[in-house]
Design a protein around this ligand. Structure first.
Ligand code: FES
Length: 350
């Protein structure tokens, strides 16, 4: 809408505040009205308005050219062409060209529209009075009468015993929420820092109950292991396996990006805690192409070729790695306990 289309009485004056009321003791919230409209350079100088017009047209033209470049990129760049671009590094030339050209095309449309609105479109503010929200007096009287009749029929005022016990019950219920705070404790203290893994403990296959050899772990497979000596019928088995459960994956050594991870592996076999570092669910889904493992509870995803770094989801820490080796008889063994606590984050974790 241009300022010519706006009724004269709606326009604020150049003096400002003249059409608004002044706050007084009786009416402290009086509407002060709109401030005076300050004309922009484009409103008073036709040459400045033309300059703005050319700028907007230029931005839209650049957007069109960028769209043409986007389409041309499909023809110019082969899908597998990789180029080095500082500071990004090595990247697909096609992806870079598509992303850049589309980004420029969209940015220029946005920038052109914003510049157009800020410099050439009318900036006169027009008040739009809000309708009264209060209902008609007759409607309000009827609602109050209905409410009183309902209260009378329910006996809420008369039956004080019921009313008071109801208030008591409603006041007591939130106390049960306070009791739930008990579930925040006790703190694990050192219990998650120590597991049954120790130097020389053999890795036992959870399915066959046999000690594992490196050749038992195939590339792309996911195996689960427990420490030697921990049997299912043992007292406290669930507590111990909940901390010590291990998963083993064999990755081609050249695909392991983390140097320490490689040093702690045996020919590409890496051993990680199976307990998710979010809230402790057992991890079980392995994607062999990407070496990602996924926790089924809240979808935390860890990259096992890069120190089990968290790449997605709410987990706050990488999965702890267990350093493993091969003993004289050719069996996989632990070379110590986990270096960091297993499982979820907790206050004392440090
Ligand atoms: S417990 Fe694994 S993502 Fe929540």
């Amino acid at each position: 809408m241009s300022s010519q289309d706006i009724p004269e009485e709606s326009l604020p004056t150049e003096q400002g505040h003249e059409r608004g009321a002044v706050a007084t003791r009786e009416d402290p919230f009086a509407d002060p009205g709109l401030p005076a409209h300050k004309p922009r350079i484009q409103d008073i100088d036709e040459r400045a308005a033309r300059r703005s017009e050319r700028t907007v047209a230029l931005l839209f033209t650049v957007s069109m050219l960028a769209t043409v470049a986007f389409i041309a990129s499909y023809v110019i760049f082969p899908v597998d062409k990789i180029v080095y671009i500082w500071p990004i590094g090595h990247i697909s030339a096609l992806n870079f060209a598509l992303g850049t050209s589309l980004g420029i095309a969209l940015f220029c449309i946005g920038a052109g529209a914003v510049h157009w609105a800020r410099t050439l479109m009318s900036d006169v503010e027009v008040p739009d009075e809000r309708h009264a929200v209060a209902a008609e007096p007759e409607v309000r009287a009827k609602v109050m009468a209905d409410f009183k009749a309902g209260a009378e029929e329910s006996g809420f005022g008369r039956r004080k015993l019921i009313r008071n016990t109801m208030f008591g019950a409603m006041a007591m219920v939130p106390l049960s929420g306070v009791m739930l705070l008990r579930d925040l404790g006790p703190l694990p203290e050192i219990k998650l820092r120590k597991t049954l893994w120790a130097k020389g403990k053999l890795l036992i296959n959870m399915n066959t109950n046999e000690p594992l050899r490196p050749e038992d772990i195939a590339v792309g497979s996911l195996s689960f292991a427990k420490p030697e000596g921990l049997e299912e019928h043992d007292h406290g088995f669930q507590t111990e396996i909940a901390k010590a459960a291990l998963m083993l994956i064999r990755i081609q050594p050249e695909e392991i990006k983390d140097k320490k991870e490689l040093d702690w592996s045996v020919g590409g076999i890496v051993a990680y805690s199976k307990i998710c570092t979010h809230v402790g669910c057992p991890i079980s889904l392995y994607e062999q192409q990407t070496h990602h493992v996924l926790c089924p509870c809240h979808q935390s995803t860890f990259d096992l070729s890069d120190g089990a770094r968290v790449i997605f989801g709410p987990a706050g820490h990488p999965l702890p790695q267990l350093q493993i080796g091969v003993n004289d008889e050719g069996y996989l063994e632990a070379l110590g306990d986990f270096e960091v606590p297993v499982g979820p984050a907790f206050w004392e974790r440090g």
